[in-house]
Design a protein around this ligand. Structure first.
Ligand SMILES: *Cc1c(COP(=O)(O)O)cnc(C)c1O
Length: 221
């Protein structure tokens, strides 16, 4: 292998840095979540060895199978759940993850609050917003957001910010801008938005956490 070759991680990091510079933002204000779903430990280890510490998975069971062994070797790992969560998995999610990105309904908030109280563990949660109003997608409806945020703030759950997955195949910038506006209106600082195809746009519009999978690991297996 050519040692001069830029790795995908280096490429993503430099693209993030350029987007931060263009947006007059500090690179340290944007966290790269390396989305390792479907990829085995052998594909993940090189990124950890190269200094990446924050990883994202979308299924509790898959993460339980993969991460305890990796964390035993690399204790500084921060693990984020980016996929939908069923209330009956709340206990497992709170035990395993350091941050959750898909809090989108009162029943799940109740289950997570109970799990956090039981375990004496506060796991920051992003509130997922159904930013394109798509019937098949998770996320809190925009109209319900103020009430939902208020109800979560009455629990022990630390609210990290807002998260969205814009509709596929159309320009994402207006949706990122809307999410940023909703976060500002509701006094929230965190913005989990931007994936492999659009993380630079998301950074320009205020993303604090970008969730990047295929640009780092290649197409999903
Ligand atoms: C898979 C996934 C990502 C990463 O997608 P890529 O296009 O591979 O970067 C980001 N966010 C969520 C919620 C995902 O499920």
């Amino acid at each position: 292998m050519d040692s001069e070759a830029v790795t995908p991680l280096e490429d993503v990091r430099s693209r993030m840095a350029r987007a931060c510079e263009a947006a007059r933002r500090e690179p340290s204000d944007v966290t790269l979540i390396a989305v390792s779903k479907t990829h085995p430990a052998v594909a993940i280890v090189p990124l950890i060895e190269a200094g990446q510490r924050v990883f994202g998975e979308n299924r509790v069971q898959e993460a339980q199978a993969k991460w305890p062994a990796l964390r035993a070797r690399y204790p500084a790992i921060e693990l984020h759940l980016i996929g939908q969560l069923q209330s009956n998995k709340a206990d497992e999610a709170v035990a395993l993850f350091d941050c959750l990105h898909s809090l989108d309904r009162p029943s799940l908030a109740q289950a997570l609050a109970k799990a956090m109280e039981r375990q004496g563990r506060q796991v920051p949660c992003f509130i997922q917003v159904n930013i394109g109003g798509e019937a098949q997608k998770g996320g809190c409806a925009i109209g319900d957001l103020p009430d939902f945020i208020a109800s979560v703030r009455e629990t022990c759950i630390p609210v990290a910010g807002l998260m969205c997955i814009p509709p596929a195949d159309i320009e994402p910038a207006p949706f990122f801008a809307l999410l940023a506006r909703l976060a500002a209106d509701n006094g929230l600082a965190g913005l989990s938005m931007g994936m492999s195809d659009d993380f630079e746009t998301a950074i320009m519009l205020g993303a604090t956490h970008v969730r990047v999978g295929s640009a780092l690991f290649g197409e999903r297996v």
